[in-house]
Design a protein around this ligand. Structure first.
Ligand SMILES: [Zn+2]
Length: 328
């Protein structure tokens, strides 16, 4: 019996070692150079701050659509021909502009279509040109879109090698977030897969900088804010997030905003990014964020100021989480 138990223990530890190894291998694929290339493209002069309803805003969404296509994500709109989900926006004078905004959507089919799917979000629009100056939006939200494209690249590569997640993953790059979440609001009411089947929403918005709270000490740079809600408590919780993080990335998971988000202040932080329309539908949702800084919504939010090693580490953690959720 003793012998049987020790053999069993060896098997269990070998199994957990190979599982740990698999995750470590997966997140090794996150490339600092790729993230930097996407950032410089998205927050460069060509897209002039990616404002919705402008020609350069359209160019930036076409760029994301091409990235999804090159990575091998499926197009599911217009009978499988398009990645673009067009919708109308209304300006301050309540004048409606038809088809002027577009979410970009690519799908990675999972092995088991019966399981609920994941929706990974980040917004691509920013503020455009204000008083003849470009607001580049490198952190807000070039950083989140770079992460979205990078995760889609790695998981598509894996799928091509036959390593496919159990659950389907929808990659959703939203438009008009800066106009109070219009793109994600439109999506939850016009989803490409039934909204009641969303297992979890993971949102990236501003994950590329070190905020003033953490700048004081180099030892604190290795952090990410996690702001989440899960009324089921079955998908997202502190214990689960910390377990994954301790195993694979050892970031500081900072939940200061998680606590603040409980306040009833109008427009409190938790309502201010694309996870919120999903949360309102009762879907377990989590927002990754690296905090505010002096360049927020300024012309100085440029790609040279992004902290690439920290960005990479954050993307590695979220990739491990997405992979775990998608195989859960
Ligand atoms: Zn943003």
């Amino acid at each position: 019996m003793k012998k049987f138990i020790s053999i069993l223990l060896i098997f269990i530890s070998l199994f957990s070692f190979s599982r740990t190894n698999k995750y470590a291998k997966l997140i090794e694929n996150v490339s600092l150079d790729s993230l930097r290339n996407y950032e410089y493209k998205l927050a460069g002069g060509e897209f002039s701050g990616r404002q919705v309803n402008t020609s350069t805003g359209l160019l930036s969404s076409n760029y994301i659509s091409n990235c999804f296509k090159n990575n091998g994500l499926n197009a599911v709109l217009e009978n499988g021909k398009s990645y673009s989900q067009k919708f109308n926006i209304t300006n301050n004078q309540q004048i409606s502009f038809e088809n002027t905004a577009q979410n970009i959507i690519g799908v990675l089919p999972g092995k088991n279509q019966k399981l609920g799917h994941l929706v990974i979000t980040a917004h691509h629009d920013h503020m455009g040109i204000v008083d003849n100056e470009i607001l580049y939006g490198a952190d807000d939200n070039g950083s989140g879109i770079s992460a979205l494209i990078e995760v889609s690249r790695i998981l598509s590569d894996y799928s091509r090698q036959g390593i496919r997640p159990k659950r389907t993953i929808v990659f959703l790059s939203t438009d008009a977030e800066e106009k109070r979440l219009l793109g994600s609001d439109f999506y939850v009411n016009n989803p490409v897969l039934p909204i009641q089947n969303v297992f979890c929403n993971v949102n990236f918005d501003m994950i590329g900088r070190i905020d003033s709270t953490h700048l004081v000490s180099k030892n604190l740079n290795n952090y990410i804010y996690c702001i989440f809600r899960d009324t089921t408590n079955q998908v997202l919780n502190d214990y689960y997030l910390n377990k994954l993080n301790n195993k694979y990335t050892q970031l500081i998971l900072d939940e200061r905003y998680e606590k603040e988000a409980e306040s009833k202040v109008p427009y409190s932080l938790i309502t201010r990014s694309d996870h919120y329309p999903f949360m309102r539908k009762g879907i377990p949702s989590i927002w990754f964020f690296s905090g505010f800084h002096n360049d927020y919504h300024q012309t100085t939010d440029t790609p040279d100021k992004i902290c690439y090693p920290e960005l990479k580490k954050r993307v590695q953690f979220v990739l491990a989480l997405i992979w775990d959720l998608a195989n859960n």
